[in-house]
Design a protein around this ligand. Structure first.
Ligand code: SAH
Length: 398
């Protein structure tokens, strides 16, 4: 019960972000902790005069020392709380029409769905979970049980990996949580295209669901085009373009495993014979292509996150500028560049500025045709702007 939770006391004047309902409490804002708070334990967060602000999960290893579950003093953190939050997230996707049997979507998006540290992706009959905070980790078995109850999946798999787990003092974990293990290659239908997903061994939870809608937007410019899909992973952009009557596509990725999956995904979509697969570092390969004089009608740049923290913005911006200069140089006059950044620390305004600088330095004139962001199954809670991470520009390049 609330009365027995350990208490996190904030320093005077450090209540502001919680007043705005931002769900993070940084270590520097904390005066002291009363009671024994284990990793993931539910704590009450109070102001310097003892007034209640929020109830959250304690994470002693992380700079983000507590993540808020609720701002309601009367709301207990128990099985019923997680049932309510999970049901709300699933219902939101149902209303978006995203729960068809063979489709895929993000069911739970962490802070943006009021469940800090929990990501759940749905691939047809299978769910894939990431427990990325001490709080989410400590409610793991409850969450798995509730997901079984709410979604009746054939299997639930865990892919809790990467830097976020490390910062929370948690080891990586990859295993079956419930039901049947997913097949090595699961076929999903997304926007008419087929997605071949390897849940256990693919990147992240198996696919980049956040680009599903953007692939269609980019493909609207693909008719008759010679396409370069740089940082292709399994070729989602190339496949959407080829299905929209692109002439051919070159896929570049540094991961041979990704391109092996791309071979199967392009075959499942009957576009394999119009694809070329290049295992290479995009930076090196694009320089080579530029020197060789090869040009494309449509270039897609979808790099991994370059900026992981505020102090990497300058270096990361340099990376974005370099890759965009190279990409711009490869577009035939009158062609299109579709360029993305998934670094939350680089906001849309800064990204546009970087791309503008790249155009000047590449000696090209570019016009923004369309601005892209993340799809509705990756919502942005208004009090948590950090959830707004994906941005893209479709540019006409002269
Ligand atoms: N466009 C993809 C997602 C790309 S994710 C889609 O729509 O599904 C970023 C990809 O870049 C990953 O597949 C990763 O293997 C690859 N990658 C990362 N650094 C790279 C580099 N320097 N050169 C080539 N590929 C790279």
């Amino acid at each position: 019960m609330a009365a027995s939770n350990p208490t996190v006391w904030l320093k005077p004047g450090r209540e502001k972000s919680l007043r705005r309902r931002h769900p993070w409490v940084f270590s520097g804002a904390i005066e002291r902790v009363d009671g024994r708070a284990q990793p993931g334990a539910t704590v009450d967060i109070v102001g310097s005069s003892g007034d209640f602000f929020a109830r959250g999960a304690y994470s002693p290893s992380s700079q983000i020392r507590a993540r808020v579950w609720t701002f309601e003093a009367s709301e207990a953190i128990d099985v019923a709380f997680f049932r309510r939050r999970l049901a709300r997230a699933v219902e939101s996707r149902r209303r978006l029409g995203l729960l068809d049997a063979h489709g895929a979507c993000r069911l739970v998006f962490s802070e943006s769905d009021g469940l800090p540290g929990l990501v759940v992706d749905r691939y047809g009959e299978y769910l894939v979970c990431q427990f990325l905070s001490a709080g989410a980790e400590s409610w793991r078995s409850t969450i798995v049980e509730l997901l079984g109850e709410l979604c009746a999946p054939r299997g639930i798999y865990e892919r809790s990996e990467g830097g976020a787990r490390h910062k929370e003092g948690l080891p990586s974990r990859r295993e079956l949580l419930a039901g049947e293990p997913p097949p090595g290659e699961l076929e999903i239908v997304a926007g008419g295209a087929r997605l071949v997903v390897d849940i256990a061994n693919g990147q992240k939870t198996g696919a980049y669901l956040d680009q599903q809608l953007n692939r269609e937007r980019v493909a609207a410019h693909a008719r008759g085009a010679d396409v370069l899909d740089a940082f292709s992973y399994t070729g989602g952009f190339a496949i959407a373009c080829l299905r929209a009557a692109a002439r051919r596509a070159t896929l570049i990725d540094s991961s041979a495993d990704a391109l092996a999956l791309a071979e199967r995904e392009t075959a499942a979509n009957e576009v394999h014979d119009r694809c070329r697969f290049v295992v290479a570092n995009v930076f090196d390969e694009l320089r080579k292509v530029r020197e060789a004089g090869t040009r494309f009608d449509l270039v897609v740049l979808d790099p991994p996150k370059f900026v992981h923290s505020a102090d990497q913005v300058a270096a990361g911006s340099r990376g974005y500028k370099d890759i965009n200069m190279l990409g711009l140089a490869l577009v035939r006059p009158g062609g299109v560049l579709a360029t993305f950044s998934c670094s939350g620390h680089v906001d849309a305004a800064l990204f546009q500025k970087i791309v503008a600088g790249a155009a000047v330095d590449a000696g090209r004139t570019a016009q923004i045709l369309e601005r892209l962001s993340q799809p509705p199954d990756h919502p942005v809670a208004t009090e948590f702007p950090e959830g707004d991470y994906l941005k893209g520009l479709i540019l006409r390049v002269h």
